[in-house]
Design a protein. Structure first.
Ligand SMILES: Cc1cc2nc3c(=O)[nH]c(=O)nc-3n(C[C@H](O)[C@H](O)[C@H](O)COP(=O)(O)OP(=O)(O)OC[C@H]3O[C@@H](n4cnc5c(N)ncnc54)[C@H](O)[C@@H]3O)c2cc1C
Length: 540
């Protein structure tokens, strides 16, 4: 029998018997994704859209209820745009760019995460995680109608894994009994407690933070602005060491209280106690309903590497961070962005298997950056000694009057994509262009005369020339390289120039399918482009 560990918010893939269960011998699949959370579904959508058949096994019949991620970052919006379901996130989500930081009663400062013009997407949308997962699954259904080779099997729980070197076999339990499958490649997207990780006897390294956070999602119509409000040492009664107020769709607000380590969890979850805290925060006479309450603790840790032969780990199964900074699901989606094109090329025989090691190297680096930011935020929120608390409070006081101290205030540095500086897949950086779009960085959006730049980059290797003549087409290492010829005439507000050329008059960028820059030059040279493509697919 398949364990039911949580109730579902949306039942999206009820159990259905599959022909594989009635075959005498285990059926082999090119890719099996274990776990249909946001990372597993994004992975399946990306691979399937590239034409690589993918099977998702999830132990439930749909998306879990509960309050987890709410903040989805610009990079996630850009990736989901590529996957075809961003508009629904924007339509449903609460767009925000401004945050305010308070210390006790005092507002210390505010910040705007998106002061730049010329970006299609906001810094963040707030959206309940179940909606995000539903939109991904709905998009998979759309793709299935078009013949995209993605299969989802609900109530299929992986109970054992056997590594045969160049393939794996899996024991799968279902409501109608067990069966066995084989996979050339297995992607473990089975969450923080990852049964696959345990089945392979693999460990996890990092820190456990000794703190408890109370979530209260409340439904109310009070006119708080659509901003992130964060309090250090909140002035309202029993609010703990920090508190957060954030708007979600459907008139719901996320309130987060930092309770400390030594608490009686059962008592803290009593409705009257929670209501007393919320009443003190929202003030007299605010009418609200409690939609969801829970207490969470967290860890900052990662696996040593994310590839183990034919098994690849992505999302929370590979790395975990505190929720401050919204780096969990956002970084998991970046894992899929990095892995999908590489695995697709390997399966199609266009790149060597060793390209997959670069997935591990690049995303371990990304995870470390997230863990560092997350740990620092946690240390700032919960100073571990009297001296660090004195320092923290001095920074908060200074920040109120002096701008230079504001970058030192850390209530969670919000998720941004990492730059793969100096990694082996990178090519030449000969342009002397802007740092933000250097080799290894993910492309920054820009307004074009028609639409936005990222819409034109899409899903494959692209050679972008600005004020440079490009050939009609280019093949390199068996890949078709798409040409994107732009000029100053396509640059109505000048941010293509500012973001990609700087002081140069012209430039050429080679861009990977995950929209990270491979190489850039002042002019077009076919041999240099060929060499950079070779390098970028792990043949260099
Ligand atoms: C309070 C809180 C707030 C957060 N806020 C944010 C935020 O604002 N922004 C953000 O980016 N992140 C946030 N996160 C983190 C985010 O929720 C996680 O990073 C995200 O859910 C990870 O997705 P995943 O797909 O890797 O794993 P999961 O969402 O855990 O999905 C794993 C899936 O695998 C399935 N599964 C497990 N075992 C098996 C098995 N044996 N066989 C088959 N299926 C299996 C599970 O049922 C599940 O469907 C927050 C987390 C918490 C707790």
């Amino acid at each position: 029998m398949v364990d039911v560990r949580y109730t579902t918010a949306f039942e999206l893939y009820p159990y259905q018997r599959h022909a594989d269960q009635d075959k005498g011998a285990p059926q082999r699949h090119p890719v099996v994704v274990v776990g249909g959370g946001p990372v597993g579904m994004a992975m399946a959508l990306d691979l399937g859209r590239k034409g690589t058949p993918v099977l998702v096994l999830d132990d439930h019949a749909g998306v879990g209820q509960g309050s987890r991620a709410i903040c989805f970052a610009r990079r996630t919006l850009e990736i989901t745009d590529r996957l075809g379901c961003e508009q629904r996130m924007l339509d449903k989500g609460v767009v925000w760019n401004v945050g305010r930081v308070f210390h006790g009663e005092q507002e210390i400062y505010d910040f705007n995460l998106s002061p730049d013009e010329g970006l299609r997407n906001p810094a963040f949308v707030n959206l309940q995680q179940p909606y995000f997962e539903k939109f991904l699954v709905d998009q998979i259904r759309v793709e299935q109608e078009r013949g995209t080779p993605i299969d989802i099997r609900g109530c299929n729980q992986v109970t054992a894994l056997h590594d045969h070197g160049d393939f794996v076999s899996l024991d799968v339990d279902t409501p109608e009994g067990p069966y066995t499958l084989e996979a050339d490649w297995l992607i473990a997207c089975d969450g923080a407690r990852s049964p696959v990780r345990d089945m392979l006897g693999l460990g996890f390294e990092g820190r456990v933070f000794e703190d408890n956070f109370l979530i209260a999602d409340v439904k109310m119509s009070a006119p708080f602005p659509t901003e992130r409000w964060f309090w250090f040492e909140p002035p309202f009664k029993n609010a703990g060491q920090s508190a957060l107020l954030h708007k979600q769709p459907d008139g719901i607000w996320r309130i987060d209280f930092q309770l400390g380590w030594d608490i009686d969890r059962k008592k803290e979850l009593e409705v009257e106690r929670i209501r007393a805290r919320v009443d003190a925060m929202l003030g007299e006479g605010v009418d609200y309903e409690l939609e969801w309450t829970s207490i969470y603790t967290f860890q900052c840790r990662r696996m040593e590497k994310f590839r183990h032969g034919s098994v690849l780990f992505a999302g929370d199964s590979a790395h975990q961070v505190s929720p401050f900074g919204a780096r969990g699901a956002n970084s998991g989606v970046q894992d899929t962005d990095n892995l999908a094109w590489k695995l697709d090329l390997v399966i199609k025989g266009l790149a060597p298997e060793s390209l997959l090691d670069s997935y591990s190297d690049e995303r371990v680096f990304g995870a470390d950056e997230n863990i560092l930011n997350s740990s620092r935020a946690t240390d700032f929120l919960t100073p571990k000694s009297r001296v660090s608390k004195t320092f923290r409070n001095a920074v908060l006081q200074l920040a109120q009057h002096h701008e230079f101290a504001r970058p030192l205030v850390n209530s969670g540095r919000l998720s941004v994509p990492c730059v793969y500086d100096n990694f082996p897949l990178n090519g030449e950086d000969l342009l002397n262009g802007p740092a933000a779009t250097r080799v290894g960085a993910s492309c920054v959006d820009a307004t074009l005369d028609e639409g936005f730049l990222l819409d034109r980059l899409g899903n494959d290797f692209v050679l972008m020339g600005i004020n440079v003549a490009l050939p009609e087409s280019l093949q390199a290492e068996g890949l078709h390289i798409r040409m994107l010829a732009l000029s100053s005439g396509n640059d109505p507000i000048g941010n293509l120039q500012a973001r990609y050329l700087g002081d140069n008059n012209a430039g050429v960028y080679l861009i990977r399918p995950d929209q990270h820059v491979v190489a850039r030059w002042p002019d077009f040279n076919a041999a240099r482009v060929q060499a950079a493509v070779k390098q970028a697919i792990g043949k260099g």
